[in-house]
Unconditional design. Structure first.
Length: 400
């Protein structure tokens, strides 16, 4: 008796039972390719998540160097960032990255690849590839290294690494080029679509990081007056106080408030009020010298941080600053505007007035508020004695 299992294996059939279909070898191959493609796309998706979750450009590139070879088959991945001002592609974003493939490439080139710069002015072909924004395939390293390294040097590296194909993939987002990623292969077959997808994710992740960095930088600058922000002042005050305490040096914090600013705004409007704030801020910034700094605390309140400065030296500096401010006007040099810019002032010094950043700032704020209140009750000192010694009234109040 012939078993059912034998019939199926041999192609025989029972009554009412169709013979088994033969599996085409091409179908098997296509199925294998589909599986490989799915794995590749899955790997790209995982890598994209990692790229978008990094906190710094260096961390992002480290992830790229570590994981992208598995997805792309490249033996070397070499990201280059565009320096628009100098029209260069730079590899400095790789500084600090530890990667076995990159180290092997450096040994082959006998060169620190992270220090190389590629001039777009001298290398017109590279410039055109970046401008076109399309993946470009080349045989060998000539398109990249010609004019940057001696020919015999990069040719020797090419032979050592067994490089057969180069893929140059521009990093472009919203028609804006950010750089280029160079993929080097020891094989001829390259999945261009995978490279485009990968570099697309890298470009978006890198752009997002740059935007975050830009926001971080501008958070240190007051957008209206262009001097430092309160956030930056707080950080600088903490740092300078630590240094002053360590080396036994003085530190002065000066707070200033523009007299009658509210009335000025009501009389002339917010536009001229904003202009006055900018003029006061930039004049103060031009009067002091680094590491001294000017910051806007809020509204018309400003701070001047004077490292390595005792009270007497701070009074001298602020007296000079007030004299400069008395010469400025939002109405132009030919204006007959009779009122010079005057400010109420308070100076707090480390270590005699306070020994923590917050305490020093609070002391200065209390003194500034007292100076403003005393000014309101004594209008005769509005433009006179306070300019000679801007802390005189505060000293008198403390003595009493």
């Amino acid at each position: 008796m012939i078993s059912k299992s034998w019939r199926r294996e041999s192609g025989a059939s029972e009554a009412g039972e169709d013979p088994p279909k033969k599996v085409d070898q091409k179908d098997k191959a296509d199925g294998h390719k589909t599986t490989e493609r799915e794995r590749e796309l899955h790997g790209l998706a995982i890598l994209a998540l990692f790229l978008h979750s990094t906190a710094t450009a260096q961390e992002m590139m480290a992830v790229l160097l570590e994981q992208a070879p598995t997805v792309t088959g490249a033996v070397l991945i070499y990201p280059l960032i565009l320096d628009r001002k100098r029209q260069l592609l730079r590899a400095s974003v790789l500084e600090g990255c530890t990667d076995a493939r990159l180290d092997a490439a450096m040994d082959a080139f006998q060169e620190d690849l992270t220090a190389l710069e590629f001039s777009l002015v001298q290398n017109q072909e590279l410039d055109q590839i970046l401008a076109d924004g399309e993946v470009t395939l080349r045989d060998g390293l000539a398109v990249l290294m010609e004019g940057t390294l001696p020919k015999e040097q990069w040719q020797a590296a090419e032979k050592t690494l067994g490089l057969r194909k180069l893929a140059l993939v521009p990093m472009v987002v919203e028609s804006e080029p950010l750089g280029m990623v160079v993929f080097a292969f020891d094989q001829k077959e390259i999945d261009v679509e995978a490279l485009e997808l990968l570099v697309g994710h890298l470009t978006l992740a890198y752009r997002d990081l740059m935007v975050q960095d830009e926001v971080g930088r501008f958070s240190d600058i007051d957008q209206l007056t262009w001097v430092h922000s309160r956030r930056y002042l707080t950080q600088a005050l903490e740092s300078e106080m630590t240094r002053a305490g360590r080396y036994g040096r003085g530190l002065s914090l000066v707070l200033l408030d523009i007299d009658d600013f509210g009335q000025f705004n009501e009389t002339y409007g917010q536009s001229l009020g904003d202009r006055l704030l900018r003029i006061v801020a930039t004049t103060m910034a031009e009067t002091v010298s680094p590491p001294e700094l000017v910051a806007r605390l809020k509204d018309d309140d400003f701070a001047v941080l004077l490292p390595e400065t005792n009270r007497a030296a701070a009074v001298t500096t602020i007296t000079r600053l007030l004299a400069s401010l008395a010469q400025v006007s939002v109405f132009g040099e030919s204006s007959d505007e009779p009122h010079p810019v005057t400010l109420s002032v308070a100076i707090s010094c480390f270590p005699e007035d306070a020994n923590t950043p917050q305490a020093l700032l609070s002391r200065a704020q209390d003194d500034l508020e007292a100076a403003k209140q005393e000014r309101q009750s004594d209008q005769e000192e509005r433009t006179g004695r306070r300019t000679t010694d801007p802390t005189a009234r505060v000293k008198e109040r403390r003595a009493s």
